[in-house]
Design a binder for this molecule. Structure first.
Ligand SMILES: [Zn+2]
Ligand SMILES: [Zn+2]
Length: 101
């Protein structure tokens, strides 16, 4: 058995030792009851939420295709694809931090 991250499309064989390494992302945050979900690895999930506010995700990035082609994520996705890591330091972008205030 294996799990594929919907964003970076890395394939992880199961069982995965760290139960938090693979996570469900609600494509429409704060609308969890009706939101479709995708499976993301932890670094991708952290990055999505670090780079987009929930409002932006709901309005413009509520499909995996939109996230995959987002300029803000392109550099990250190219980088993570070349690694096997499931743990990265994520810093919330200043822009997102501003908007959360
Ligand atoms: Zn991923
Ligand atoms: Zn999420």
């Amino acid at each position: 058995m294996s799990t594929t991250c919907a964003l970076c499309q890395r394939v992880f064989s199961e069982p995965i030792a760290d139960p938090q390494a693979i996570q469900e992302h609600h494509l429409r945050p704060e609308a969890r009851a009706t939101s479709p979900t995708v499976t993301l690895c932890r670094p991708c999930h952290d990055n999505v939420h670090a780079r987009f506010t929930n409002e932006e995700l709901r309005a413009d990035y509520d499909t995996i295709e939109a996230l995959r082609t987002a300029d803000r994520l392109r550099e990250y996705v190219e980088w993570i694809r070349g690694t096997e890591t499931l743990r990265v330091q994520t810093t919330t972008s200043n822009r997102v931090r501003e908007m959360r205030r």
